[in-house]
Design a protein around this ligand. Structure first.
Ligand SMILES: NC(=O)c1ccc[n+]([C@@H]2O[C@H](COP(=O)([O-])OP(=O)(O)OC[C@H]3O[C@@H](n4cnc5c(N)ncnc54)[C@H](OP(=O)(O)O)[C@@H]3O)[C@@H](O)[C@H]2O)c1
Length: 344
């Protein structure tokens, strides 16, 4: 008997992607349940070639569900994840609510799958922020080779990272510009159509935004607390895929050529870098794909051992849904959970 899996937030950007990735990868579930708020009860969502009717999270009984893939925001996770975990179902959460909790593993399977072992303390496992996930996939093999001292990253983050309403806002504003209607910012603090916004999440006391802080704190937790990282996070008028311009300084010697060879062999990465017009990955090509794409690899002559590169990935997949399903696969492949209905 396979596993029973619940997807909370099944009507959202990430939830829909989780359902399609579970089907694509043939996850060993013999029942998948779609959950969302009361508003969406009865709505149909796709799961492979089937459709599932969405049920109400508030009235769902988790007692025979093995894994809950949760992507309904921090407030819902804060209330529900501990209850679901206490009912014996392992929660894999996409929000930022539990990421820095010392009793909750923060996992990117290509990077720190072994850290999953402590999950049973709360029965909650956290998925990192989308911009952190793709970055650590690229940094891990480089850190293993030459020990990273410092990272400077600027992000170019798509609107889908802010949910389905944010995608609608880019569409509506773009249309409004073309037909000379008034452009009203609702979800974003300024107009996003034909613009850039150098603020993602709220401001902190030190002038960084919370998104920038998350990249620092999560990279330390996942990869190495000794790595110094500074980030500038920018929202751009792209629907899907986050891009990052990254400068890395190492303790030991590592050339861009060495990095290219290492990254070509690394899990989850595709190097596209032919140093000619178009010989690099863009958000458009990364959308719908699983890989973290690396392009524009070059030496950084302003530091002793430094390189620069461009990193692009689908934020709804590696940045959220794919990573969550890969965590579920680690639980299953390492036999860290058993089907509760089979055990009964
Ligand atoms: N988008 C990304 O790139 C990304 C990356 C990493 C992490 N995340 C995180 O993933 C989560 C979801 O993001 P998203 O982009 O998918 O957002 P979204 O498109 O706005 O979808 C939100 C989902 O949450 C559900 N929901 C809201 N309130 C609920 C409640 N009270 N009870 C049950 N379900 C409720 C919604 O259901 P209704 O339709 O019924 O309202 C919807 O299914 C967030 O925590 C986000 O920070 C997103």
């Amino acid at each position: 008997m396979g596993y029973k899996v619940a997807v909370v937030g099944a009507t959202g950007n990430v939830g829909r992607e989780i359902l399609s990735i579970l089907a694509e990868r043939g996850f060993p579930a013999d029942e998948v349940v779609a959950l969302a708020s009361r508003r969406s009860q009865g709505v149909e969502v796709s799961f492979g070639d089937k459709t599932l009717k969405v049920k109400n999270l508030e009235t769902y009984d988790f007692s025979d569900t093995d894994i809950c893939l949760m992507s309904a925001g921090g407030a819902v996770s804060k209330e529900w994840s501990p209850k679901i975990g206490a009912a014996g179902c392992v929660v894999i959460d996409n929000s930022s609510q539990w990421r820095m909790d010392p009793d909750v593993p923060l996992i990117v399977p290509e990077v720190n799958a072994d850290a999953i072992t402590g999950f049973a303390k709360k029965n909650i496992i956290a998925n990192p922020n989308c911009s952190t996930a793709q970055l650590v996939v690229a940094l891990k093999p480089l850190h293993d080779a030459a020990t990273i001292k410092r990272v400077v990253v600027s992000t170019y983050q798509s609107v889908s990272g802010a949910g389905k309403d944010a995608m609608d806002e880019l569409f509506t504003q773009t249309r409004a510009v073309f037909v000379s209607d008034p452009v009203e910012p609702k979800k974003f603090p300024k107009r996003i159509a034909f613009n850039l916004i150098p603020q993602i999440d709220v401001f902190m006391d030190d002038g960084f935004t919370k998104e920038e802080w998350k990249m620092v704190a999560e990279t330390k937790k996942i990869l190495d607390p000794k790595i110094k990282l500074t980030a500038t996070c920018v929202r751009v008028p792209v629907f899907i895929s986050h891009s990052e311009a990254v400068n890395v300084e190492f303790e030991n010697e590592l050339s861009a050529e060495d990095a290219r060879k290492i990254l070509r062999e690394a899990p989850g990465i595709l190097v596209i870098d032919t140093r000619e017009p178009g010989g690099y990955a863009t958000p458009h090509e990364a959308a719908g794909e699983d890989a973290t794409y690396i392009s524009r690899l070059r030496d950084d002559p302003t530091v002793d051992n430094g390189i620069a590169f461009w990193c692009v990935s689908d934020n709804l997949r590696k940045g959220a849904a794919l990573n969550a399903v890969q965590i579920a696969e680690v639980l299953v492949n390492r036999k860290l959970i058993t089907s509760r209905r089979k055990a009964a």
